[in-house]
Unconditional design. Structure first.
Length: 326
């Protein structure tokens, strides 16, 4: 048996319940893993609330690290006893132990701790596909300006560091002066407090009126129009989250102002195959082990305190990465 966090209906953090679940043996293409730490992500709140609908009951969680206990038929890249970490569908990582598909589970290098592994997979792989694969038509070159919203969050602080390592000038936005300072400390070239400043106007000032090639936006509804206003001609707006709610329908004619591009990428499209998952993870592991990117774990909650963890995340009280400990 394993302790797990489950919801029986969509709603607020109060719907998160600790239950006992039975864990069996892995079938073909599966593993059984005993978790050492579990990552907390904004996507978990979307699934809990019903913004991303799933059948009920639902065991939450998309990211964790631990030790492989058993492997099913056909699994060749892992064996019992391996240290491992993953960002993976279907949900279910909020637990002590689980059986799950092996496709997105990667061996965790010995130099990376279980806590770091649990904190970095979903957010680090997201940063990888944004900065390396979700690119404007003209590409990105060292010295280019980019805008990254929620720059003091888990994805944001990794992106600040990785962008600096790539020679990019990241303009980060955040909701408080303290969070702006945190983004700057992690490599952002500029930081804008969108609670007190018009971020689109400030971006134009910083770029000498030119705008940027790309805006990476996980906030959604509240920043969409301002994000478009930050773009230079042929610029790309990549909306990869809905922190303030989903973007409403808009007139495509809006994009004609600068022949803009808009995309809505997801991590799970990029890690759809074993090969793509491993290639992306190898890049993430390498940049972390080099020291160019450090994974900031700013909050730790016991699994039994998961309701409070969700409340703090949604209230924007967290910075960097958050993990659940077992």
């Amino acid at each position: 048996m394993s302790k797990a966090v489950r919801i029986d209906r969509n709603g607020g953090p109060e719907e998160l319940k600790i239950v006992d679940v039975e864990v069996g043996d892995p079938g073909p293409g599966e593993i059984r893993i005993r978790h050492k730490a579990v990552g907390l992500n904004f996507i978990d709140t979307y699934q809990r609330s019903g913004l991303y609908p799933f059948p009920m009951p639902l065991q939450l969680g998309m990211e964790a690290s631990g030790v492989v206990e058993a492997v099913g038929e056909g699994v060749t890249h892992l064996k019992a006893g391996d240290r491992a970490a993953y960002a993976s569908a279907p949900p279910g990582s909020y637990c002590e132990q689980r059986v799950m598909p092996a496709r997105n589970v990667c061996r965790l290098p010995d130099a990376i701790s279980f806590e770091t592994g649990a904190a970095m997979m979903l957010k680090g792989l997201t940063t990888q596909y944004l900065l390396k694969k979700t690119l404007p038509a003209e590409g990105l070159q060292p010295g280019d300006f980019i805008v990254f919203h929620a720059a003091a969050g888990g994805v944001g602080l990794i992106a600040c560091q990785w962008a600096k390592a790539l020679g990019l000038q990241l303009i980060g936005t955040a909701g408080t002066d303290a969070k702006c300072q945190l983004a700057l400390a992690h490599g952002a070239a500029h930081a804008i407090n969108y609670s007190t400043e018009n971020f689109a106007e400030r971006v134009k000032e910083i770029t000498g009126g030119k705008g940027v090639k790309v805006v990476y936006d996980s906030v959604g509804k509240d920043t969409f129009e301002g994000s478009l206003a930050c773009l230079r001609p042929f610029g790309l707006l990549a909306v990869f989250g809905n922190g303030s709610g989903p973007v409403a329908a808009f007139n495509l004619g809006t994009l004609a102002k600068g022949s803009y591009y808009v995309t809505r990428p997801t991590l799970f499209t990029h890690i759809a195959t074993r090969e793509s998952t491993q290639a992306m993870a190898d890049e993430l592991f390498a940049v972390v082990q080099s020291g160019a990117v450090k994974i900031p774990i700013d909050q730790r909650y016991a699994l039994t305190d998961v309701q409070q963890a969700h409340r703090d995340l949604e209230a924007r009280k967290t910075t960097g990465c958050t993990i659940l400990t077992l």
